[in-house]
Design a protein around this ligand. Sequence first.
Ligand SMILES: *Cc1c(COP(=O)(O)O)cnc(C)c1O
Length: 450
Amino acid sequence: MSRTQEILEQDFAHLWHPFTQMKLWPDEPPLVIERGEGNYLIDTEGNRYLDGVSSLWVTVHGHNHPAINAAIAEQLTHLDHSTLLGLTHPLAARLAAELARITPGKLNRAFYSESGSTAVEIALKIAYQYWQQSGRPGKKTFVALGEAYHGDTLGAVSVGGIELFHKVYGPLLFPVHRLPQPFCRKCPLGLKHPACDLACAQALEPMLAEHGAEICGLIVEPRVQGAAGIIVQPEGYLRRLWDICRRHGVLFIADEVATGFGRTGTLFSCEQEGVEPDLMCLGKGITGGVLPLAATMATDQVYEAFLGEFDEYKTFFHGHTYTGNPLACAAALASLELMEKNQVVAHTAPVIQRLAKGLAGIAKMEHVIEVRQHGLMAAVELARDKATDTPYEPGERVGHRVIMAARKYGVIIRPLGDSIVLMPPLSSTTQDIELLMSALGQAIAEVTEG
Ligand SMILES: *Cc1c(COP(=O)(O)O)cnc(C)c1O
């Protein structure tokens, strides 16, 4: 038996993969990835693939960047792990100071965890408890967007709005006020942008006028709803939500887990509309995509509501075992240093432009109903009939077939339904984008026209 075969036998016998119909899993044996080099992944057969999804939206500087690897190795000579419960360590403190410095507005406190989902849980619990301790105990519910995605733990699923992922858990979830999804092509209000004057955002005004006394916070993925299919919000949408929240005394929670750390062309998406959130969730690219780490940033005002004497019990009683792991903090600090030193975000501008140019070509294809892009987040949505906006049948698995075909041309990507997601590392070159575009174009042609 070949080495690849041996690994697959163990996988098929014992591994349960995320977001995967395991019955079908062995039918199309997966690539076994064993090496990373810059923007490329290499499998056990020695094939090289462009990492077109940044290993699920995390890779910033490419794989195995020597500076990040060295920072982790250096930290390993000092301390592998120690807890933040009752103790501290140098890199946890330094990274908190760095995050406070680079995040917008008055976000001066970092609470660590390990995943975007936990960063969201923490933000929700902080927002709720903030009002409990600020004389407004009636404020207990949240506002979230249609088709929102904030992670897979139950609080995050409660504010999530993707029926396919979330519906079955309905009885386990807390109720949420839901805003119409800002998706112009399929406007849930049946309106046209810009004549609509952002009616989907404006819907927050009557909602808060009526229910503001019960609402503690609004959570939103700033500028782009990622897992919904890279749905780019119309300009001014985010700012409008923020303005309304501020007027009604509702905390604004920015879930920048996907959009943060340069993914959308600025360090954080909120900056693009001058939005200063009360709470911000960070994850994915925070370590450059190397180790699991997340942070929930809070303003001084939010933080101060948790201060009191021991027996006032205003403490935030929350903490994950590996919170602020020193190796993960070392990776994050090294990644942030690289970002600043190499002006990584500024250097993505020509790559973003190249992606836009490639997408403009792909948009003309017969079965491409829409291309959506914001920075280095993009999606190509496929449909059976463009003229009538008629989708393919789910059972046809068109998106899946396209991404499988793209592998023949040396590119790893993933679909969300019939939207093909493109999320190349921030370190991608224009040549990498050319490869991505030509592989995608060929794969789409083969599956939809072939
Ligand atoms: C990925 C994602 C999360 C969840 O992060 P995990 O690390 O997978 O738990 C939360 N919010 C947004 C916007 C995301 O894209």
